[in-house]
Ligand binder design. Structure first.
Ligand SMILES: *Cc1c(COP(=O)(O)O)cnc(C)c1O
Length: 418
């Protein structure tokens, strides 16, 4: 289902016209569809209905409390990478017993908070981290449930910045070292081995890398069993891609079937950490054309959203489809535009070479902006972060107010005697 569709030449989120949202709440503004979020979660989970499984939404892809709360009500767990994300999940009503804690740099206070909350599992990324966790848990009189994040050394065939499963990157423990570190973990009094974890990257559009990684994880699970270390769950991470333009990522159903086939008759719980695949196509960034500027070489549409609102184009040269909210009658006037923001960087673009019929004041929707959009937004150029709106049928709700300029320097102080 696509929740963002044209109805009578106007782009809608479910049954609400996007120009209505722009007039009511201003631009730039992130708009999410509750139906799209719900359906993505339910479809992903449905593939695994026949087996014990836990779908842990990767909070970093979109940490909005309203979205976390929606997923919590649908039964989701959460994959967190910081103490801040732990606090968010708890504030949103998430179940601590369904939280997995990933990340290469967990601090002692973060470990303490997660132990006190009683999370499902720590995904441990180094031998040093394991030692620290054992010590922190001992001091609290607790036993920490762990998986080791193993680096299966498979090529996810995605952008190098979002590929995490090759041996030259910082994530996880080397596949060859994993068994040894598990044996060390087994001897630690305040560590309980629960699972094996891997996550090989993001925006992966083929099944093969997932299957290769799963093969290597299963080999390890079998080796552990031979060492009397039984494994209760296998965490296969996230990373399923979405369609931004013409990609053909695996369907959830095909992904699930392939994974279940590989699992065979083993009795373990499968854990997944999808982020982008659940929220990416459930959100758009709504923006207004402030100026049109024709130069000798290019036509520019300068919009009121920028790289601080949506960093992906500047950071990864990522492509987002850009649609006019209200299609203009005169399509013959369409030109190729550079869609750029007001930030003082030439890297501040949202799209190159987009053919659109535009006038100043027109509204545009930057599509597929639900993942790594607002979550990566910053205040660069002292720009307050955008408002966020959730649409549910005919209704729309502000789920995060637009930041006020005064918020931007509320924590600062002038030194009168400096
Ligand atoms: C970022 C991340 C995810 C989510 O990745 P997506 O590509 O958004 O599905 C899952 N697990 C870990 C450990 C991550 O770092």
């Amino acid at each position: 289902m696509n929740s963002f569709t044209l109805k009578n030449t106007t782009l809608h989120a479910e049954n609400v016209a996007l120009n209505h949202i722009a007039h009511a709440f201003g631009t730039p503004c992130y708009v999410y569809s509750k139906a799209a979020l719900t359906q993505a979660f339910e479809r992903f989970s449905a593939g695994f209905a026949q087996t014990n499984h836990l779908v842990c939404f990767a909070v970093k892809s979109n940490p909005s409390l309203a979205i976390l709360n929606l997923f919590a009500k649908l039964g989701a767990g959460f994959d967190i990478v910081s103490g801040g994300e732990l606090a968010r999940v708890l504030a949103a009503g998430g179940d601590p017993k369904k939280i997995v804690f990933s990340g290469v740099g967990k601090t002692e206070p973060e470990m303490q908070a997660a132990l006190n909350a009683g999370i499902f599992c720590f995904n441990v990324e180094s031998a040093s981290e394991l030692n620290r966790l054992n010590r922190v848990a001992a001091a609290l009189g607790k036993v920490a449930p762990v998986s080791l994040r193993v680096n299966p050394n498979v090529d996810a065939k995605t952008h190098p910045y979002i590929s995490t499963g090759l041996k030259n990157n910082k994530f996880g423990v080397a596949y060859e070292d994993a068994l040894n570190i598990y044996l060390q973990a087994a001897a630690m009094p305040n560590i309980a081995i629960h699972g094996v974890d891997c996550h090989i990257g993001s925006q992966i559009t083929e099944l093969a890398p997932f299957l290769d990684a799963f093969d290597r994880v299963l080999w390890l699970v079998d080796a552990l069993e031979q060492h009397d270390i039984p494994i209760q769950h296998i965490d296969l991470g996230g990373g399923i891609g979405i369609c931004y333009s013409d990609e053909t990522p695996p369907e959830f159903k095909a992904y699930a079937l392939a994974m279940l086939e590989k699992l065979g008759t083993r009795e373990v719980t499968l854990v997944f950490e999808p982020g982008r695949a659940l929220v990416g196509n459930a959100g758009v960034l709504l923006t207004k054309v402030e100026y049109i500027k024709h130069t000798e070489a290019k036509n520019f549409a300068i919009v009121d959203a920028a790289m601080n609102d949506l960093m992906r184009p500047a950071l990864y040269d990522a492509y987002h489809d850009i649609k006019a909210v209200q299609a203009r009658d005169n399509q013959a006037s369409a030109l190729s535009y550079e869609i750029v923001g007001p930030v003082c960087e030439s890297g501040d673009f949202l799209g190159h070479d987009r053919t659109l019929a535009l006038e100043e004041g027109d509204l545009l929707a930057i599509m597929s902006a639900g993942a790594y959009g607002m979550s990566m937004a910053s205040n660069y150029n002292s720009r307050p972060r955008a408002a966020e709106v959730m649409v549910d049928g005919e209704q729309c709700y502000v789920i995060r107010k637009r930041e006020k300029i005064a918020d931007l320097f509320a924590l600062e102080q002038i030194l009168p005697n400096l």
